[in-house]
Design a protein around this ligand. Structure first.
Ligand SMILES: [Zn+2]
Length: 176
């Protein structure tokens, strides 16, 4: 009788896959329908228990085909096939992540957010931003930045002034 093989994925891998999907712990929890503390808990574990409800839900939410707890008694005969299966499942999951990321880039290019620039009244602007930009058409959303050498230099100079003022404020109280 040979040793059974048990292959576990790590909590670190779960964390890596979550980050690759561009999700915060809270967001993964929301998608998986579990608590954020469950995400935290499992990401810290060295081994993921695939029979755990939360682990299964999180894997599903990430499009990750997590092999069930695997125990084979004739390890040498089946070990290689098993590893290949897992490698294939991982490759599939990785491909799904790539797709997801590509979709996310596309979405980001057309996403419209609330502008929020400070208006003359001092209140944040409530207009929608230009697609893929942070600001509305009135607050620079249409701007493509300076083009002429003079314009570029003017912006540089303004930035230098801004940083100087910032540094002066930061060092107002210290004696460095
Ligand atoms: Zn605006």
């Amino acid at each position: 009788m040979q040793e059974p093989i048990q292959i576990y994925h790590s909590g670190a891998e779960l964390a890596a896959r979550r980050k690759a999907a561009g999700l915060k712990q809270r967001e993964l929890a929301q998608r998986a329908g579990c608590g954020r503390s469950a995400v935290q808990y499992w990401e810290r574990r060295s081994r993921l228990d695939p029979t755990s409800w939360a682990v299964a839900r999180m894997a599903q939410a990430l499009g990750w085909v997590l092999p069930a707890r695997i125990v084979h008694h004739n390890a040498h005969a089946r070990g290689r096939g098993l590893r290949r299966e897992i490698a294939e499942a991982d490759a599939l999951a990785a491909a799904m992540f790539e797709e997801w990321k590509a979709r996310e880039v596309q979405r980001a290019a057309t996403r419209r957010v609330v502008c929020g620039a400070k208006t003359r009244k001092g209140t944040p602007c409530r207009c929608k931003s230009e697609p893929g930009k942070r600001r509305c058409k009135f607050h620079g959303g249409k701007s493509t930045g300076p083009r002429t050498p003079e314009g570029i230099e003017r912006i540089r100079e303004a930035q230098r002034r801004r940083w100087k003022a910032e540094a002066a404020r930061a060092h107002a109280d210290c004696r460095c």
